[in-house]
Design a protein around this ligand. Structure first.
Ligand SMILES: *[C@@H]1O[C@H](CO)[C@@H](O)[C@H](O)[C@H]1NC(C)=O
Ligand SMILES: *[C@@H]1O[C@H](CO)[C@@H](O)[C@H](O)[C@H]1NC(C)=O
Ligand SMILES: *[C@@H]1O[C@H](CO)[C@@H](O)[C@H](O)[C@H]1NC(C)=O
Ligand SMILES: *[C@@H]1O[C@H](CO)[C@@H](O)[C@H](O)[C@H]1NC(C)=O
Ligand SMILES: *[C@@H]1O[C@H](CO)[C@@H](O)[C@H](O)[C@H]1NC(C)=O
Ligand SMILES: *[C@@H]1O[C@H](CO)[C@@H](O)[C@H](O)[C@H]1NC(C)=O
Ligand SMILES: *[C@@H]1O[C@H](CO)[C@@H](O)[C@H](O)[C@H]1NC(C)=O
Ligand SMILES: *[C@@H]1O[C@H](CO)[C@@H](O)[C@H](O)[C@H]1NC(C)=O
Ligand SMILES: *[C@@H]1O[C@H](CO)[C@@H](O)[C@H](O)[C@H]1NC(C)=O
Ligand SMILES: *[C@@H]1O[C@H](CO)[C@@H](O)[C@H](O)[C@H]1NC(C)=O
Length: 649
């Protein structure tokens, strides 16, 4: 290259550079790195700054230095105090590790005395390169903003300090994507992926950053949210790719979710929903999205729907605490049963459903999954703040033998069977409540106590179609028609792709005669009133309700996801799971055991969840939560763990 052409080239580049600089801004989106074998995300925006960092930290080189902010109330922070912190933090937090002891910044949170540090030889032994003390120490140094305890990254050249998010793989494909706060009260999609991973990546902040208080009792608990709830800054996809693309990110977080965030929960991701929250089976119906994996048993069982993402995530990931789903006709209870976690359908109206995609406003509810009855209770009390908390319990336990199965009652169930687990659990419940179950035949109860002016001889006659009628008519009007119109307007009149299940339901709804919604609501009301009058009464002093009705939610039966079933159709019929839907009562699912089966996938004996549903009077949700907490205290209910097996033995 001649000197002349080089000069021309240089001139050309610099001219280009000027134009680019005017148009292009460099927008950092954060960094991913590994520390030890663990992947971390470091957000682009610092949370504080250490002035004069190059003079204070050694080594002052390298891109980022992991360090820990450590509080102490001891006037002498010595090796013993440090070891105590290490022991507690190692158990309490999955983000912090000893790798963050490259440096420490000690803050004094005690009340009196002149604090000092005395680590002696421990500093070298633990590989601590620098020890800084906050201004509360004589000769301490200040950060531009005080930080909660925990792991951080320091950029030595600038003194900027960043939070640490640990990254996890979404092995069970429960999530659409991970989320992080956007710094403006909303959220953004996590711009990070674990190197080499073939799944979505979820980032979680250190638990040490958060301390629960009465105002924020849920501080630091990690939350996944079903992708039918609007979250500011994120799109709502409702399980449909065209829907996700068509509408812009939301500018408001649904009040139900905001309430949980206000309580201190940390949103870590949007979890998958079956399409428009309709019932879908794993292989046949999940066309637009791939169905999440139920981690229980052989890992190839259907995770039920529609809150499949939240339910499977709760059962699979120890780093997740809570997951919010919704229940219109079983969308919380089915996944709670299939995936073996605590999950509830609350009383209708328990929380606002503004900014949530509707299936049927008359029937929609917002529920939450947990692996621990007491944490579930904590979340329930915070969320369903409009209900009164009762800590005494009713003694009428209704045991409908038509739901449990006649043979279960006549013959003692085989040891190790789901029926035996129901029996044992209910016996313990009887002892706990000092009562005995009342056997009833639910269908006979209707026959003998139904209103005189209602002709329907059976509940099937009354309630075969109202659920299907309401969800299809409501969703056509509120979701399908506006979506199809908006999509057509933006795409030359084309139809969007719709999965087979919602399409079948909408087709059913479009063929219904005039007046069907009113008739469906009238039948629903007849049932609701009858249930509140003849089955379980509410407004009872001390116990809220006069009874509890039990039915089996899942019995350890297989439902392989590699199985072709029949095409989807409108969800007709009355069954135990429809009681709460029409009576507007809570229906809360608790895991009680796991039953063995011979897996056609693994060729081994595996185990699947056995869970029980508790139904009580409308508005008595908190009484049931309190009962489950008390049952966990009594060792009758237990926390479940994640993965193939539910219980550690
Ligand atoms: C990293 O992983 C390798 C292989 O799994 C293991 O041998 C090593 O001990 C790990 N290192 C750390 C720091 O955990
Ligand atoms: C001070 O820090 C110690 C050590 O982390 C902690 O146990 C204690 O609860 C803190 N006290 C206050 C008042 O924050
Ligand atoms: C928020 O979004 C809605 C719906 O797209 C729109 O009508 C409204 O004007 C937006 N509000 C603000 C403050 O941007
Ligand atoms: C589901 O997640 C668990 C972790 O809880 C993992 O061990 C399992 O392999 C995952 N299942 C599938 C099918 O990826
Ligand atoms: C409590 O009830 C009131 C009145 O019914 C309602 O407006 C409000 O949204 C409810 N609160 C919550 C958190 O749902
Ligand atoms: C249990 O109930 C029986 C009969 O209702 C009553 O006599 C007894 O005192 C109760 N026991 C307890 C521990 O409450
Ligand atoms: C209802 O009860 C009556 C009287 O006991 C009985 O004759 C009838 O067969 C019952 N009907 C149904 C549908 O069970
Ligand atoms: C049945 O009678 C009750 C009480 O008299 C009344 O409120 C209700 O509307 C009637 N229902 C029907 C379906 O006629
Ligand atoms: C309502 O119930 C009546 C029986 O009382 C039944 O004949 C009718 O088909 C039901 N209507 C709907 C929409 O379910
Ligand atoms: C599994 O198969 C073996 C051999 O056929 C049989 O003995 C056993 O009862 C089966 N176990 C279950 C839980 O079905």
């Amino acid at each position: 290259m001649s000197l002349k052409s080089f000069a021309v080239l240089a001139l050309g580049l610099s001219a280009l550079g000027t134009t680019l600089a005017a148009q292009v801004t460099l927008q950092p989106t954060g960094r991913t790195l590994t520390l030890g074998n663990v992947s971390y995300f470091v957000p682009p925006t610092p949370v504080s700054t250490l002035p004069n960092a190059p003079a204070l930290v050694k080594p002052a080189t390298g891109e980022l230095i992991p360090f820990s902010v450590i509080p102490t109330s001891k006037t002498t922070f010595d090796e013993e105090a440090l070891q105590e912190i290490i022991a507690i933090w190692s158990v309490k937090d999955d983000v912090w590790s000893e790798a963050f002891l490259t440096g420490i910044y000690i803050t004094f949170n005690g009340t009196r005395g002149v604090p000092r540090t005395s680590l002696g030889s421990a500093q070298k032994a633990l590989g601590i390169d620098f020890v800084l003390r906050s201004r509360s120490f004589p000769s301490g140094v200040g950060l531009t903003k005080q930080l909660p305890s925990g792991p951080y990254f320091l950029e030595p050249a600038t003194g900027n300090i960043f939070e640490a998010f640990r990254l996890y793989n979404d092995e069970n494909q429960s999530f659409l994507y991970g989320t992080i706060p956007d710094g403006h009260g909303g959220f953004q999609v996590l711009p990070a992926r674990i190197s080499g991973a073939a799944t979505e990546t979820i980032g979680v902040p250190s638990r040490l950053y958060f301390t629960p208080t009465p105002e924020k009792p849920l501080a630091g608990f990690r939350l996944a949210v079903k992708d039918i709830y609007d979250v500011k800054g994120l799109r709502t996809g409702c399980g449909n790719r065209a829907f996700w693309q068509l509408y812009p990110p939301k500018n408001r977080t649904a009040p139900a979710i905001q309430r949980l965030l206000d309580g201190g929960m940390v949103l870590v991701g949007k979890a998958k929903t079956s399409q428009f929250a309709n019932g879908e089976t794993a292989t046949d119906d999940w066309v637009d999205l791939h169905a999440p994996y139920n981690p229980r048993g052989d890992g190839y069982q259907d995770g039920s729907s529609s809150s499949t993402g939240p339910g499977t995530a709760e059962a699979a990931y120890p780093w997740l605490d809570f997951a919010v789903g919704s229940d219109t006709g079983g969308s919380m209870r089915g996944p709670a049963g299939a995936n073996g976690v605590y999950g509830n359908r609350p009383s209708n109206g328990a929380v606002s459903l503004d900014d949530v995609m509707p299936l049927s406003p008359e029937l929609d509810t917002a529920g939450i999954f947990s692996r621990d009855a007491k944490l579930w209770t904590l979340a329930g009390h915070w969320w369903y703040q409009n209900f009164t908390s009762y800590s005494k319990f009713p003694t009428k336990i209704l045991f409908p033998i038509d739901f449990f199965g006649g043979s279960f009652v006549q013959n003692p169930p085989a040891a190790g069977s789901a029926d035996a687990m129901f029996n044992t659990f209910i016996s313990k419940l009887e002892t706990f409540l000092n009562t005995t179950r009342t056997e009833v035949v639910f269908s006979d109860l209707w026959n003998t106590t139904k209103p005189a002016n209602v002709s329907a001889p059976t509940l099937q006659t009354l309630l075969t179609t109202p659920y299907a009628d309401l969800i299809s008519l409501d969703q056509i009007a509120l979701v399908a028609d506006p979506f199809i119109a908006d999509y057509g307007a933006a795409n030359g009149g084309r139809m969007p792709f719709i999965d087979p299940a919602p399409l079948a339901r909408w087709s059913y709804g479009r063929a219904l005669p005039e007046g069907r919604k009113e008739e469906a609501l009238a039948n629903k009301t007849i049932f609701m009133d009858w249930f509140a009058r003849e089955v379980i009464r509410g407004d009872i002093p001390d116990t809220c309700a006069d009874g509890i009705l039990l039915y089996p939610q899942s019995s350890g039966r297989t439902n392989y996801r590699n199985r072709y079933i029949s095409p989807p159709s409108a969800p007709l019929g009355f069954s135990d799971g429809r009681i709460a839907v029409h009576a507007e009562t809570p229906d809360m699912v608790v895991p009680i055991g796991e039953a063995p089966f011979n897996s056609t996938i693994t060729g081994q004996t595996e185990f699947l969840p056995v869970t029980l549903s508790f139904v009580t009077a409308k508005g008595c949700d908190l009484m049931l939560f309190n009962l489950f907490s008390a049952l966990q205290d009594a060792g009758i209910l237990n926390t479940v763990v994640t993965g193939s097996r539910m219980f550690t033995s």
